[in-house]
Design a protein around this ligand. Structure first.
Ligand SMILES: [Zn+2]
Length: 256
């Protein structure tokens, strides 16, 4: 399939509470990660970095006006692509090792990925076409050879650790299941919860390499109790606390 060159690679929208959502409209849905920017007084927070197909730090230079902590909610390819562009990189200890290496088998072609992996995505309800992108970021972009460079973490976090922006504090919740080192960031003062891929309002993935359904059940029991006001997730639109409990319960009914 001939792909045209995108006019711009990222879109963004400013929401309330100093939160901006950035996304890549020319990436297929299953890989289209929400990139979250949160304004703080001393530091800003960047939660996930997309595919890395185009430079996030350049595209969002007007949003990223302060030094920031770049957090990976986990290390799947659609969340850490541009992580190497940022000097302060935070990840859960359980997935730190993956970031030390350049990614392998990371072309934009379906055919280059393990059959089990694609089959798992399709079983969950996603359509995966022949390519992971629907446009090119620039004329010389090669869908067959793209890879993520190493992006070793500069700070490891665990359950209960705190990321402090000066006037805003986010607590790390360790939420394994989708992946072993999945984390969420919880701001108790505002009831805002950044959930990564632990929970979102779309087909959840619990059969990927590294997924663990028993751990996921435990995570969903925790999420069912979280007094969140709004959830900004790793994929798909944000939702409120009522929907959070519905989604957690639906998972527990299916797998529990
Ligand atoms: Zn993921």
């Amino acid at each position: 399939m001939e792909l045209t060159i995108a006019e711009r690679w990222f879109d963004s929208e400013r929401l309330s509470d100093g939160v901006t959502r950035i996304w890549e409209p020319h990436v297929i849905r299953v890989m289209q990660c929400n990139i979250w920017h949160v304004q703080g007084r001393d530091r800003d927070l960047l939660i996930d970095t997309g595919m890395g197909i185009a430079s996030l730090s350049e595209a969002a230079a007007d949003v990223f006006c302060k030094s920031l902590y770049a957090v990976a909610t986990h290390t799947h390819l659609d969340h850490v692509g541009s992580l190497h562009e940022f000097p302060e990189r935070i990840v859960h200890a359980a997935e730190a090792e993956r970031l030390t290496r350049r990614s392998d088998n990371f072309s934009m072609l379906r055919a280059d990925h393990p059959i089990d992996y694609i089959a798992g995505l399709e079983r969950a309800g996603y359509e995966v076409g022949p390519q992971f992108i629907t446009a090119l970021p620039r004329a010389d972009f090669d869908v067959r050879t793209f890879a993520r460079p190493p992006a070793p973490s500069t700070r490891l976090v665990r359950e209960g650790d705190v990321i402090d922006l000066g006037n805003r504090v986010f607590e790390v919740l360790h939420l394994p299941g989708h992946s072993p080192g999945s984390i969420g960031l919880w701001e108790a003062a505002t009831g805002i919860f950044f959930s990564g891929d632990a929970i979102y309002d779309g087909p959840l993935l619990d059969e990927l390499p590294g997924s663990d359904i028993a751990a996921y059940i435990h995570t969903m029991r925790r999420l069912e109790q979280l007094p969140a006001r709004i959830v900004h997730a790793g994929h798909d639109p944000s939702f409120d606390g009522v929907r959070l409990r519905q989604l957690a319960r639906a998972y527990l009914e299916r797998r529990g």
